[in-house]
Design a binder for this molecule. Structure first.
Ligand code: NAP
Length: 341
């Protein structure tokens, strides 16, 4: 266990903005977390978990306890009936797990290739891309219940999974620290290729199979999304909004080429990037922050941006979209300050 005071967070988050945590605790084993909680109950303290730091924007120093479970390792728990159950510890890099799965011919997460972040965060966020969401392959989640200071197993059907959402981001905040996720992967996977450009990208590589699909997704993402090691960012800053048929009809009257995707009774999903681009924000910089020039859903740190600068830009973008389209964009990135933002 490694405990530090006023620990710098820029190296631990992909936005790379300067901030510090009053107390930072890095754990390499579940026992260490339980021991720490026994000595320092968190009941009356502000605390949060740091995963891969790829979905966080610190706008101020964090005046609480930042728990960083750096638990590593993967193991095959079961391999039969065309499925494998693979357990990955929460601190594993998500894309290393995808690479391992694809190398072994285990399908189910190949469309989630090249997503930054950790295995633990994948479940919190219910990461999704190119028609696949991680919730569909989660068998169970292992966690520490912070108030009870004991290990628990959580079933996916109890997690409230929805588009980029789980109860870990909602009513369970402050309750669980995920230590491992068990995935059910498939030996004869049905490949998901219906998103625009995916099949064409595979065809440029070769036959349609698991390995080439991963390569294609990586190539698409590399062509469009900024590399956080070169340009600080946290992927999509906003979620794609879902609107009612009535609002959609009104929008189509003024914007007949508006991309929309039916979501059953929930309404229609709109592409937030399209809305932001139509407001003239794509590629626009304000100070040290900017809207990315190839993907308008991504805000970037051009170098030296403060968290507040990026946050202010995000609010300006949000206001524009609301004024032009009457659509309220919800943040996907978690904004953290000394108070909730
Ligand atoms: P895109 O292909 O330009 O499409 C724009 C949006 O339209 C996407 O966000 C996607 O929604 C939606 N969409 C496109 N085709 C669809 C279909 N056949 N059915 C339903 N919805 C469809 O999107 P992009 O920005 O390049 O992203 C491609 C994929 O990678 C998307 O799934 C996106 O969510 C994912 N991605 C995630 C992050 C992140 O940080 N979380 C960052 C970049 C990209 P969905 O987002 O619901 O799929």
């Amino acid at each position: 266990m490694d405990i530090r005071k006023n620990h710098p967070l820029a190296p631990l988050t992909t936005f790379k903005v300067q901030a510090s945590a009053e107390t930072y605790v890095r754990f390499a084993a579940e026992d260490e977390i339980l021991d720490f909680l026994a000595c320092q109950p968190l009941a009356n303290r502000r605390w949060m978990v740091l995963g891969g730091g790829s979905n966080l924007l610190f706008v101020e120093d964090f005046d609480g306890v930042l728990l960083h479970p750096a638990l590593q390792g993967t193991a095959v728990l079961q391999a039969r009936h065309g499925h494998v159950l693979v357990k990955a510890m929460a601190g594993e890099k998500w894309d290393n797990l995808v690479a391992l799965a694809v190398a072994n011919g285990w399908g189910g997460i190949e469309n989630l290739s090249h997503i930054p972040g950790s295995v633990g965060a994948s479940a919190v966020q219910n990461i999704g891309a190119y028609g696949v969401e991680v919730k569909d392959v989660i068998e169970r989640i292992e966690a520490i219940s912070i108030p009870e200071r004991r290990m628990v197993t959580i079933r996916p059907q109890d997690c409230g999974f929805a588009y980029r959402y789980s109860h870990f981001k909602g009513p369970w905040q402050g309750r669980f620290l995920i230590t491992a996720v068990v995935f059910r992967l498939c030996r004869q996977p049905a490949l998901v290729t219906h998103y625009p450009g995916v099949l064409q990208a595979v065809e440029q590589i070769g036959a349609l199979n698991l390995k080439n699909l991963r390569k294609a997704i990586v190539a698409i993402r590399q062509g469009k999304l900024p590399d956080p090691t070169r340009l600080g960012n946290a992927g999509s800053f906003f979620k794609n909004p879902v609107v009612s048929q009535t609002l959609l009809d009104g929008l189509l009257h003024d914007f007949p080429d508006l991309p929309r995707y039916p979501q059953g009774a929930r309404g229609f999903k709109l592409a937030a990037a399209w809305l932001i681009e139509k407001c003239g924000w794509k590629g626009r910089a304000v100070g040290h922050a900017a809207v990315h020039d190839r993907q308008a859903l991504v805000l970037v740190n051009r170098g030296g941006a403060t968290g507040r600068e990026i946050f202010d830009l995000s609010e300006a973008v949000r206001r524009s979209v609301c004024e032009k389209f009457g659509v309220d964009l919800e943040r996907e990135v978690l904004v953290v300050g000394s108070q909730s933002v």
